[in-house]
Design a protein around this ligand. Structure first.
Ligand code: FA5
Length: 341
């Protein structure tokens, strides 16, 4: 019987050499270690042996069982490794191939300029005050000293909603009234950025929607020279020290006196070119001292308080900075334009 056990071990070990897949391995296990295998039959029948035979046969039988179980476990591990190696080779990646480029989003040029503007005014002590895009006729016109009959309404014509007297704002100036009514009687230093809308003949320099950044300073002893100095400093910071600032007298119903603010043309350095219509200057904002009627409408006594205000067009500022020839590029959503910023 010992010879039989040796032969079982020899045969099983030899058979295992030929096994190279999971199915065959399972079949081998059933054949050589299964309940009905010759080895298990001998071990199961130990009780039928004589007392003398039993210890030696039992010992050897167990040795063979342990050896075959170990060989089986080793083969399971060998097959697992071979399978892993195979899948690594079959699905191998060529890590030296260039990857697919990740398309990076970016901020719209209008947003970039707005953020630059906020940062400069913040450094000068002006905080952002948000006002609404949809306004009433009262705030957009009346409280800004533009009554119904006023001819200035023609150049600020806008889009009307189906609700009477509710319109899309033509400028950020109605925000002045909101800010004053909220802060009165405290001093104010705010900028009011946002979208404005006009019933306008679209051209290279005019859109039906565009951003404005309004500025408002209210307090005691605020003078025109404060406005001129503050705006000149802003221009120096946003356009660089080589650009010049010019103030021309103008008219707005809500400021007195009023000015237009021009910057020397970056394209021709003030010499005159097509961009600046051969004047050497580009207008970037309207401004002035807050009209006494407007101060009063905001709750401030014009005998005690004064203030300055300005309204600038950031799209024009961006055009000046980057030499953009047509304002219509801003909202046309053409990636060839947007990807340049
Ligand atoms: C106003 O809107 C006044 N509310 C500005 C103001 C504020 C004056 C406070 C005094 C005190 P105006 O219509 O000029 O002014 O517009 C101001 C700026 O907005 C212009 O200089 C220009 O940069 C921009 N802007 C006006 N209309 C358009 C348009 N159709 N398309 C693009 N930008 C425009």
């Amino acid at each position: 019987m010992l010879d039989q056990l040796n032969a079982i071990e020899h045969k099983a070990t030899a058979a295992l050499q030929a096994v190279n897949n999971k199915d065959d391995l399972e079949q081998w296990r059933v054949e050589h270690l299964g309940k009905k295998s010759p080895l298990m039959t001998i071990l199961g029948d130990l009780g039928k042996l004589s007392k003398e035979e039993r210890p030696a046969i039992g010992k050897r039988g167990n040795e063979v069982k342990v050896a075959l179980e170990k060989a089986y476990a080793d083969q399971v591990e060998a097959l697992r490794k071979a399978e892993l190696q195979h899948s690594l080779t079959a699905g191998a990646l060529d890590v030296t191939l260039p990857g697919r480029p990740i398309v990076r989003g970016r901020l719209h040029p209008a947003t970039q300029t707005l953020r630059e503007i906020y940062a400069i005014w913040a450094e000068m002590g002006f905080q952002v005050y948000r006002a609404r895009d949809v306004e009433t006729d009262e705030y957009n016109f009346e409280l800004l000293n533009i009554p119904r009959h006023h001819p200035a309404r023609d150049m600020w014509d806008t889009f009307y909603t189906t609700t009477p007297n509710v319109i899309l704002r033509t400028h950020t100036s109605p925000g002045q009234i909101h800010a004053m009514r909220e802060y009165c009687p405290q001093p104010i230093r705010v900028i009011l950025p946002g979208m404005c809308y006009r019933y306008e003949q679209i051209s290279a320099s005019k859109e039906i929607q565009f951003h404005q950044v309004e500025g408002l300073a209210v307090g005691k002893n605020i003078r025109l020279t404060d406005l001129l100095g503050t705006v000149t400093e802003f221009n120096r910071r946003i356009f660089g020290p080589e650009r010049q600032t010019r103030f021309r007298s103008s008219y707005f119903p809500f400021t007195e006196p009023s000015v237009e603010i021009d910057v020397s043309c970056a394209n021709c350095n003030g010499q005159g070119c097509a961009v600046c219509k051969h004047t050497g200057w580009l207008e970037i904002a309207g401004a002035g001292m807050v009209h006494p009627t407007v101060l009063r409408n905001g709750g401030y006594d014009p005998a005690i308080y004064s203030g300055f205000a300005f309204g600038m067009g950031p799209q024009r500022i961006t055009m000046l900075k980057y030499g953009i020839s047509d304002i219509r590029y801003f909202w046309a959503n053409d990636l060839r334009f947007l990807e340049q910023f």
